[in-house]
Design a protein around this ligand. Sequence first.
Ligand code: ATR
Length: 277
Amino acid sequence: MPHYAVFGSPIAHSQSPRIHAAFARQTGIAMDYVAIEADHARFAEKLAASGVAGANVTLPLKEDAFALCAGNVSARARRAGAVNTLLREGAGWRGDNTDGLGLVRDLTERHGLDLRERRVLLLGAGGAARGVAPALLDAGIHSLYVINRSPERADALVDALGEPGRAHARGWDALPALGEFDLLINATSASRGGSLPPLPMALAGPRSVAVDLSYGEAAVPFLAWARAAGCSHVVDGLGMLVEQAAESFLLWHGVRPDTEPVYAALSQRADALVTAD
Ligand code: ATR
């Protein structure tokens, strides 16, 4: 039976093993999929020791995975400078990135949003932000403002996107002057540590949609801020997680599973956990 895994840190609460097990049952494909804790220092060694045929990579390892592929990456992974899906190729790895497509599918197909001509704020410029930025531009948004604590990382992301007219890099201190956005995306890891930097309420209005790329507890602070700021629609990262997983599954097995029942089961579970708390 072929083995697959997701690598990251922290990884214990990852939903990916559950999602891939559900896809495997649905499609009748025999495989197993486990979560493996790995930090920057031990990622390459743990990946080699795992014997997997393919892997997902999550924070904080998406840029490490890109480097590990030594140039053998898809066009979308190259543009993102980040890899979330590894496919074994001979003795090495081919890298792809399904995060951006996963987010766009979740927003447009599940939540019925039209991204065309939207003014978009992207908080963060790490692996998660890099993964989604190219797909947002490709989906026809009007403009993308990348805000990062360390401005040089925002500059590097915007340079890599290669669309100086539409993509702009700013520091956190520029936020009060930027006005209202149609779509606000939290791609920082700040809320996983519990502390989101203060955000001006004027960034959002009743027609704004807020998205946190995290799910569960980690998505709570930003989405609570978004509701308080008047956003009509808030979305956590669970749908994107299921959609990016389906795209990885397609790359590995040649079949795209039906994501809806898996998303429905996971959302119910998340509601049940919240209620139980
Ligand atoms: P990920 O794969 O989740 O993107 P990452 O590559 O480590 O993880 O990137 C984390 C992102 O969250 C970065 O944009 C980081 O900002 P810096 O590049 O300045 O480090 C951002 N981030 C993390 N903690 C933050 C905080 N307390 N305030 C603001 N931004 C934060």
